[in-house]
Design a protein around this ligand. Structure first.
Ligand code: SAH
Length: 657
């Protein structure tokens, strides 16, 4: 066996010191680290040669002199925290750890990261941490660093890396295409936004592969299902606590919007319930706002927050499509919420709210009832104003028709005034009484917007759609505002409402907007949009509006649709994280080509499926994540009146069966 200690001394003298790098600390560091421990067995004897050597995973260990040059250029000193990108064998990180206080080194190849980690442990270098991942974006969470050394050649100096330098800090990085001669550059951060750049001469490195670097050769050719398969994170069983945990990554947001690809698929409800439970129990979310009518959801809210029933309260969700909320999955969730709130202080309870605007009659009655309790004179005024709409409350569409023929909305002024009056009673929502006010105010707004909604329904679908989604968005904002700046919400609504409409046919061709788009415009990354999809199975849906619910077979998804690509990935249930910077670039690019996506609502018409249910979208812009269940089952509607009576009415409250 060669005398490695002697070879090491010789390396330091000949390869480093004689070439002009003479800092004592630096030379001592090279004297200390056994380079032979960092190369594969087959090249061990060559460990102290004056050049790079091949290591595992077709990578290289850099030439000692180049490592020295980079450390010298970075001006590394005790006390520094430094980041190395491209840990490879770990050799450079080991040397640097003998000088700096703390070294974090990122390596993209898992195999190399593992080996490097084992070496550090064996040598007892406990101030080095090897992180596996794409280092081309650095480690923003751990910045600032006094030095960043990049050991692989990039296409440019990423801004995200510059931003992770401490003031006065230095980044050293090779730039240039994989097989060309590259140049080593040194970037010094002079102030918050001033950087100085210097050229240190020609070098040759392996490519930096990642979001801010080059593409891996195998990423270029892989077909989309294969890219999805690689990035797909398999989801545990819906009843496994691990299911909700998979979504912890979105828990820092203020709003998490959960979609669905139909209004009658059990898996979508159960998945949303599991995620919601997790966000409420572990992450401080306290608002569950759903695509249901306000007054109906308000009854559920009274039940889950252990508030008394409202005088004259009607059963919830009695109108078409009843199965959308009166189903066993929603029932199970509501029961959970009620148990969760049991014994909690008022401000710690999680509430259940409806964002939609169809139940005009229910809302009018709720406003009047509220005023009757707090201000009987105002209740009289409300009765008179709402009296205008009362004849139409069972069939508001008829009001819309009438308004069109008469050329104006005869009830508009009254309902607008009513809303203004209600808002003037504004309340501080830290107190329990606020819930009553919030409820009445939301109902007053529902009446005002529904009046307009039914009128514009006759002027074209985009306008009424926009009115409805704007109403839902405003209701959401109103709840958030009422509950204070710390309040955080989860929304359950169809993909068509929560996926950013600007990136679908809706927005691009029909000028339709939706809740997802509006919250993104206002909250940016503080809002996370999560879409759901399925390939086949069964769904609860009707042939037509007001027609009976049926369990229908869902056709296998169309070729080339996002659904078919997800199906072909071959993972039965998965989460695909679509956040920019998290998604592999090749996948993001491949997904960015517009494709068809399926939208099943309360009506499903398999005979005309392509035209009735598919629309073009750009998935990674529409959603922050995509949740996939390859095969799904229809929801089970809650039992009918008689069965419920036999069980005892209280049991199924708040559905009032
Ligand atoms: N400093 C290393 C040199 C390793 S070669 C040593 O002393 O041995 C460069 C390494 O960068 C390779 O292991 C390669 O897998 C890795 N790499 C390339 N792109 C990367 C990226 N985006 N993030 C982290 N590591 C990367």
């Amino acid at each position: 066996m060669p005398d490695f200690a002697a070879l090491r001394e010789e390396m330091v003298a000949r390869q480093i010191a004689r070439r002009g790098i003479t800092g004592r600390r630096l030379l001592d560091a090279f004297r200390e680290v056994p380079r032979e421990e960092f190369v594969p067995e087959s090249v061990r004897d060559l460990a102290y040669e004056d050049g790079p050597l091949p290591i595992e995973a077709e990578q290289t260990i850099s030439q000692p002199y180049i490592v020295a040059l980079m450390i010298d250029a970075a001006g590394l000193a005790p006390g520094d925290k430094l980041l190395e990108i491209g840990a490879g064998s770990g050799y450079a990180a080991a040397v640097m750890s003998r000088i700096a206080d703390e070294v974090v080194a990122i390596e993209r190849r898992p195999e190399l990261a593992r080996l490097a980690r084992a070496r550090m442990a064996r040598l007892g270098y406990d101030n080095v941490r090897i992180v596996e991942g794409d280092g081309s974006i650095g480690l923003p969470g751990e910045a600032p660093f006094e030095a960043i050394l990049v050991a692989a050649s990039g296409s440019h100096v990423p801004d995200v890396l510059r931003a992770q330098l401490a003031t006065g800090g230095v980044l050293v990085m090779p730039l240039g295409a994989p097989d060309a001669l590259q140049k080593l550059v040194k970037v010094t951060r002079r102030s918050a936004d001033e950087y100085e750049e210097e050229d240190l001469g020609p070098v040759r490195f392996v490519p930096l592969i990642g979001r801010e670097g080059w593409r891996a050769p195998d990423e270029i050719t892989a077909p989309l299902p294969e890219l999805i398969r690689r990035a797909a994170e398999p989801l545990p069983d819906l009843d496994d606590p691990g299911f909700g945990e998979m979504f912890d990554r979105f828990a820092a947001a203020r709003l998490v919007l959960l979609g669905e690809a139909s209004h009658g698929t059990s898996e979508f409800y159960r998945a949303r319930a599991a995620i919601t439970r997790r966000l409420i129990e572990h992450h401080g979310f306290s608002i569950v706002a759903v695509e249901a009518d306000w007054p109906d959801a308000a009854n559920v809210d009274r039940c889950v927050r252990h508030r008394p029933k409202r005088e004259g309260e009607e059963a919830s969700f009695e109108r078409f499509p009843t199965w959308m909320w009166r189903n066993t999955d929603v029932d199970a969730f509501v029961r959970w919420l009620r148990r969760y709130n049991q014994g909690r202080a008022h401000e710690e309870m999680a509430g259940f709210y409806g964002l939609d605007l169809y139940n005009l009659g229910g809302s009018m009655r709720a406003v009047i009832d509220y005023l009757e309790g707090v201000d009987p004179e105002a209740a009289k005024v409300a009765r008179r104003r709402y009296g205008c709409l009362e004849p139409w409350s069972r069939d508001p569409a008829a009001y819309g028709r009438m308004a069109v023929t008469e050329g104006y909305g005869r009830c508009e002024v009254g309902v607008t005034r009513m809303l203004k009056d209600m808002m003037a009673r504004r309340m501080e929502c830290a107190r329990p009484e606020c819930d009553e006010w919030l409820d009445a105010a939301a109902n007053a707004r529902l009446v005002r917007n529904a009046e307009e909604y039914y009128r514009v329904m006759y002027q074209g679908s985009a306008e009424s759609w926009n009115l409805r989604d704007t109403h839902m968005y405003e209701t959401l904002c109103q709840i958030l505002e009422a509950k204070g700046p710390a309040a955080r919400a989860i929304v359950w609504a169809h993909n068509s409402h929560i996926g950013n409409a600007a990136f679908t046919e809706m927005g691009r061709e029909r000028e339709e907007l939706n809740i997802g788009q509006l919250v993104k415009e206002r909250f940016g990354e503080q809002a996370r949009l999560i879409g759901f999809g399925t390939h086949t199975g069964t769904v609860a849906a009707a042939d037509d509006w007001d027609a009976p619910m049926q369990v229908k077979a869902v056709r296998p998804s169309l070729p080339d649709s996002y659904e078919r690509m997800s199906h072909d990935a071959g993972v039965p249930a998965f989460l695909l994280d679509l956040r920019h910077g998290v998604t592999e670039r090749a996948l993001e690019e491949a997904l960015t080509t517009p494709r068809l996506e399926r939208f099943i609502g309360v009506i499903y018409r398999p005979e005309t499926e392509r035209w009735s249910h598919y629309a073009e979208a750009v998935l990674p812009n529409q959603f922050d994540a995509w949740v996939w269940f390859d095969e799904t089952r229809a929801v089970t509607p809650l039992a009918g009146e008689h069965e419920a009576e036999a069980k005892g009415a209280e049991e199924t409250y708040p559905f009032g069966l």
